[in-house]
Write a new protein. Structure first.
Ligand code: ADP
Length: 394
């Protein structure tokens, strides 16, 4: 999704692809296949590029330090990226900045996990500090007995234990920052996770108190400054009305992020264009929202294996829907694309959700969603019910 933006800006994007069949290969002219964990592969790939950047966080931090010593312009720098790679490093750094963290501790054994639970109260959340995504590497631990069941997670260094935050909804504050410290923030959005996977995003977050929205943006910008982040950064937040700042930081991503896909159609500048501008040190684009509310709805692999056969029906049903297919093969539960709908000024978010949900459901299932009260995603926090037509949002 960065490739068309690179073409628009007039420069060449090259991609180090994990395999010949990954979606990015179809999007760019030069996409050598190689292992991003192998230093020599990275060296060969980086030779001759102006800037090296990322669309995931798994490139080993130590390799990036070597590349920088050898003269490669890596953006974001590994010293910033580590906060998106290691949740223990991130928690300690957020604490040092005095920004809103849940209660947390590094725990190296079941005994320490139990002690943490006894101290702050059960349940607690146990996380692997590195390598997790889409909720993999996250466990809710209800009490001492459940803590014993986590014994198999210990052994490879300390884990992160956190208080289970009683949040009302999840938010994301997306910002971009250049190497010389200029930055820009998009409106704070409401993100809906289903089974640990980002399912839907409503931009801006409906009904979010102005003061909380402003503080959330300032927090993300402050983090970006303090860690010297470059490119796009998403600060995932838990909203906690009436407590502290009204939110705590969950985790950081330093790259274009699922919670920013709405910007492809709903903002003057998409996160993909902005990421490129930012890592290249170009002037940043305007981050204002277009239209009214925007909704991004992911579609995961489901019953319909031939997605494209359903595109005409989806496009016909919702002419305002923009389909973004990732060119991936269908596997149940795999993120294979998303739909954006930009609402008209004044249109309520529930209506926009219904439009996006309907288009995504048609693609996923190959047919119109069944009528009826089938909503399975949380409603109400945006002050509007989820209409039945948008309801098969599994
Ligand atoms: P990942 O790195 O896999 O995205 P996260 O740290 O974002 O993992 O956790 C996945 C989901 O688990 C979150 O979206 C949230 O719903 C839930 N979660 C994570 N941490 C907490 C917490 N401290 N309190 C309550 N829920 C949590």
């Amino acid at each position: 999704m960065m490739a068309p933006e690179a073409i628009g800006l007039g420069f060449e994007l090259r991609i180090l692809a994990e395999a010949e069949d990954v979606s990015a290969v179809a999007a760019v002219r030069s996409a050598p296949v190689g292992d991003y964990r192998d230093l020599d592969t990275l060296r060969r790939f980086a030779a001759g590029v102006d800037v090296l950047t990322f669309d995931h966080e798994h490139v080993p931090n130590e390799h990036l330090h070597v590349l920088i010593e050898e003269g490669v312009n890596v953006q974001p720098r590994p010293a910033a990226l580590i906060h998106a790679q290691d949740k223990l490093v991130m928690r300690a750094a957020i604490e040092r900045l005095g920004l809103p963290n849940p209660e947390w501790s590094a725990v190296s054994s079941v005994i320490e996990l139990r002690a943490f639970g006894e101290e702050i109260g059960w349940p607690v959340v146990l996380k692997t500090p590195t390598g997790g995504y889409d909720g993999k590497g996250v466990r809710i631990v209800d009490g001492p007995a459940a803590a014993e069941d986590c014994a198999d997670w210990f052994g490879d260094g300390p884990l992160l234990a956190e208080a289970k935050v009683g949040f009302t909804r999840e938010l994301s504050a997306l910002v971009a920052r250049t190497p010389d410290g200029r930055s820009a923030a998009w409106p704070v959005v409401h993100t809906i996770q289903v089974d640990g996977v980002c399912d839907e995003v409503i931009a801006p977050a409906p009904g979010l108190a102005t003061e909380v929205a402003r503080t959330a943006q300032e927090t993300a910008l402050r983090i970006a400054d303090a860690f010297d982040v470059t490119g796009v950064m998403a600060a995932e937040l838990f909203e906690t009305p009436g407590h502290g700042a009204g939110f705590v930081v969950n985790e950081l991503a330093m790259r274009p992020h699922n919670t920013g896909h709405w910007t492809m159609n709903g903002s003057v500048t998409s996160q993909f264009e902005q990421h490129l501008r930012a890592v290249l040190g170009l002037p940043l684009g305007d981050t204002a929202a277009l239209g009214g509310y925007s909704v991004m709805k992911n579609y995961l692999g489901g019953a319909n294996e031939d997605l494209y056969s359903a595109f005409p029906a989806a496009l016909a049903a919702e002419p305002r829907a923009k389909i973004h297919a990732y060119g991936k093969s269908v596997r149940p539960g795999r993120k294979i694309g998303h739909v954006n709908v930009v609402g008209l000024p004044g249109e309520d978010p529930g209506t926009v959700r219904a439009r996006a949900g309907r288009a995504a459901a048609i693609i996923r299932d190959g047919r119109e969603p069944a009528a009826g009260p089938a909503a399975t995603t949380p409603a109400g926090t945006d002050g509007s019910p989820v209409p039945a037509t948008g309801g098969t949002l599994a």
